[in-house]
Each structure stands twice: as C-alpha cells, then as structure tokens.
Write a protein that binds this ligand. Sequence first.
Ligand SMILES: Cc1ncc(COP(=O)(O)O)c(C=O)c1O
Length: 359
Amino acid sequence: MKLPAPRPNLQALRPYQVAISRNSIYNLSANEACLGPSLSAVSAAAAAANSLDTYPDGSASALRNAIGKRYDLDPSRIICGAGSEELISLIVQAYAAPGDEVLFTQFGFIKYELAARAFGAIPIRAPESDFTADVDALIASVTPRTRIVFLANPNNPTGTFLHEAQVRRLRAGLRSDILLVIDAAYAEFVATDTYDNGLSLARSTGNTLALRTFSKIHGLAGLRCGWGFGAQELVDTLHKVRGAFNVGSVSQAAAAAAIADIDHEARARDHNIAELAWLTDRFQSAGIAFIPSVCNFVVVRFNDAETCQRALEALAGQGVLAMPLNGYGISEAIRITIGTRDANEAVLRGLMGVRHEST
Ligand SMILES: Cc1ncc(COP(=O)(O)O)c(C=O)c1O
C-alpha cells in the first residue's frame, strides 16, 4: 500500500532536541528564567483564563501597544508570535523560496537551520571566530541565492555577541535585498554598553527585523509568546502567513503585564549578572574552561566527548540537568543555564570532580 509521503526536504530533518530529564531537581537545560515570571503577569494570566471560550484578539493589539509603549516603537510595526520561534518560521516561509539560501553562523541557534530545511531552503553556516559570529565570514558566505541572514545576538548556545558597530558593518556589507534578522532573545540580560538589541537598525532600515521573546527574562516560556519589529512592509508580509489567532489570549495578557513590570525585569537581570559572575569566577579558580557569556547560560568545555559525558553524569548526580551540544557539532561542551545560588552550587559540586581542559 502506498502511504502519504512528506515533502522530500523533510526526510533529513530531525526535530528540535531537548535535554532528557533524569528526575532532575534543577533543570538548567533550557535557559529558562530562574526567578520565574512577574506576579502581575501571573495575575493577568489568571484573569484572562475567565474568557477561554472566546478567540483571542488576532491582532494582539493590547500587547503590541504595551510593547510599543515600553520601547517607544510604532505598534503597527510589531508582530507577535507563538514564541519567537514561530516568527523565525514565518520569516523563512515568507522570504526564502525552495533552493534559496538562509545564512547564519557556525554555532547559530539551531531553529534557523530547522526552519530553512522545513521550507526547502538551503541552510548555510558561516565560520565563527572564538565561538563568536564573524562579520567578514558572514559577508563572504553570501551568494546570489542568499535571501535571509539570521544573527542571534547574543547567540544561543555560545553566549557571545557582536558589538553594535559590528552589526552595523554586517548590515552595510549585505545586499539591500537580503533580510537581516537580529534575534535578540537574550537582549535584556546583556549589561555591556557597546551592545545594541537591533531595534534601532530595524527602525531605520527597510531590510532588518528585530526579534524578541517573553520566554527568557520574562519567565513566560510556557505561554509561547515572542515579537518582531521592523519596516511596515516586512511586518505586513509576515501577517499574511501567520495563523489568524496565533497567540493565545492568556499569553497576550500575561506578556502585556510582564513587559510593563520593569522592576521584575531588573531583578532578574541583576540576579543573572551576580550569579553568572559568581559561577564563572569559581570556574576560573578551579580551572574549568568556559566560553565567556553575556546571557543567562554559560558553555563549559572539556578535553573530549568522554569527559563531557562524565560531566553530564556528575551534574545529574547533583540533580542538575544540563544541555549537551552534540546537535551543534560540539561534542565536548555543555550549556548550563544560570540558576538560583542553590542550583549554581550544585553545578559547581558536579563539575569539580571532572577533569577539564585547562583555560
Ligand atoms: C536565540 C534564540 N532565539 C529564539 C528562541 C525561541 O524562543 P521562543 O520561541 O521561546 O520565543 C530561543 C530559545 O531558546 C533562542 O535561544
């Protein structure tokens, strides 16, 4: 019997990998917010749960207004999605035809590759330098078929970033018909003056989109909500391909409250800055090799894949679930989310016993 066959480009596609939990006490595998969401977001979600029988506002107007107010953006140039990962898919669907090239960096967020493959586009990875995006390598990887460049800034899983001037140089070095997507999922954690979240380029150019998420610092990963901002024409095009009611009413209400709670966001950022420094200082003293990060996670490196596996097991022994990076072709490193002090102490206990690559 002949069965339905999926499109050929889906055959080689492996679904997004998540770390497997072994009864962990501390799940530090998904870069979630260790302080949780704002209480006002939780209250807004509970209130919205009284109207589950009606469709959400398909245009997410209250949420777009709240985002616009917070960042001084024109709400009509904002689009909301069921997580920023939905927006990544919509961008590829709208701007890359089968056979077109979608460019990103060697260790760039894996969703770019999955989205490109899902729509029959060709994913191209440009080499990085020191686990950091390399502007020249990206520009050199452009071909006549390049349609989209995704830059995760800062990047997951490496935790590294490009300075504002480097991002501007990238934009200037790309053809004007190439869409540059600056995915700033971790922007709120970055405490460096020379970093820019991409909103200014998205405001001033017709070919740059900025993406953000409520899953990270806002602690709403379970609600699946993200947003994008860019030129009216770009945003209007994405509206054509999104689902009519793509963001649920509970998500919209909670996200609008979260983005207004600046104090909670500041607490989460301060906690991360302090705990990231605490943990990496101890890594340094113990000779544990890591990639310096500006995010709410850090990559720890080992001599080889076997030592890395032992580290994952040692962490599991302390109740910690971390993320192996095999999916990125890095079999000798793991990504660990910055947690509460208890969780970070458990990470340290786990790693202390394992032999490490010297820094
Ligand atoms: C760089 C980057 N972009 C986008 C996303 C997607 O986030 P979400 O779909 O939860 O908004 C993630 C999630 O880990 C990420 O790391």
